[in-house]
Design a protein. Sequence first.
Length: 532
Amino acid sequence: MAEEAASRGISATRVIRAAAYARMSTDHQVYSIKNQLAAIGEYAERNGLAVVREYLDPGRSGLHLDGRLGLVKLLTDVQEGRADFEVILIYDVSRWGRFQDIDESAYYEFACRKANIRVVYCAEPFDNESGGALASIIKSIKRIMAAEFSRDQSLRVRRAKLNIVSQRFFAGGSVPFGLRRAIVSMERTQLMVVEAGVHKALGTVRTILVPGPLHERRLVLRIFRLYAQSHRKIDRIVETLNREGKPPPRSRTWTHSTVGHILQNEVYIGTLVYNRTTSLLRTRKRRNDSRNWIHVERAFEPIVPEKLFHAAQARRAAHRYRRYTDDEMLDWLRQLHRKHGRLSEKIIRGASGGPHVSVVKQRFGGLFKVYERVGFTQHRRSAASIASQHLVYAHFRALQASLVEFVRGRGGRVARKRGRGATLTIEGTPSLSIAIARYVPPTATSAPRWIGRVERVLRSRYFIVGRMNEANDGILDYFLLPGSMVPSVRIRFTSGNLTGLAPYHCPNLAELLERVVEALPALCHPQSQNRL
């Protein structure tokens, strides 16, 4: 044993403090954390080492340093002088990493040696310390082999997934809205339907896609019908769904991209499409040529009729590929101007038979410039309008400052969060989002109303809205609304909903502050009142 220790460059006359590093991805059971630590412990015992630290990365790939908190902590301790050990023990070269650039692996090892801490690979045949040129060559070969293993493994997994898709099985990824995964046997006997986040435990079973809940399927069908049959624009569909409070997939609100993705996804007619993108070895994802996509038709039960789906694609193609000339755009905008008597982004966005408003902006350098081209001159905001906006913002800042001063005056800890509105974090919890609702005078088709925007924070408990007077030069009253009553960033007061909001009404700032104390018990705590 003494001879082995001496050959490794480790003293056999004293106990040397060592750290153990172990990593496991999903390669082989032989590389389990437990097995690695057992082998490292046996090596340490044979060579007079005492393992005093363990740095572990369970379930982490060795391709990059990203996400490997154990190795990052180890390198940080070494480079910042916090390491209380002299040796780092690792099972083999592949556990240190399968970096595709072998110089990266060598760099991290050199950083440890530069801090006078040796790196020892316990299961490798070469001499870790004094092997000379031969040991360096073998170590370099081992690093190349570790990187090459990952490349081969990546290609094998890719080929296996292509084979799985060709057999009409689901190869992984996010499940489209309106569908669910079902675990099936190799004979395609359905065993159970699983929700998001649930993984199959056996490699002998596969997953397929099946129709999801009825309300989701109906919503998908409705989107296709609104677009292909009713000729609604995507933006109008988005507004309708958000106004009705329909639950969107994996987000808080429906967006143009969410609806657009549903309309173009062939999965809704039972077709699996694979190989759209490639991201081998965690490189940047790139989009493959559409000629290399793999289409497997009738892979599962469709939830949208093919005729309806192809009608939607025909409309998307006509809208996407038609290129309007400048004169065509201007003529279309002049027609809108004559029809509505004015122009705005909302009017252009909601009109049919023309380009999207973003195309108009890009073509002419903004809406103001295109307005001049079509003869609409009432678009510019007056000096009074600009002054009114600055006045509203001044009241917003004053309300924010009053609340901060009040909370701190009671000994509470408060922090401001920047944003379109403002959120006050009280005692470490997002507690109050603040906004001002401006007065909008009545028109021929609408009653007077107050409109404001609040910063939508998911965990914000209450929303304070100051309602401006008719001149928009002072605050008329306040509302303290529970977070559950504010479904979006836009809030609207009208004569119709003011009656229902009476329990949350505060006629002045003093009563608002009293309500805030009642709503936030932390400000009523005796300790907080004495913590000035």
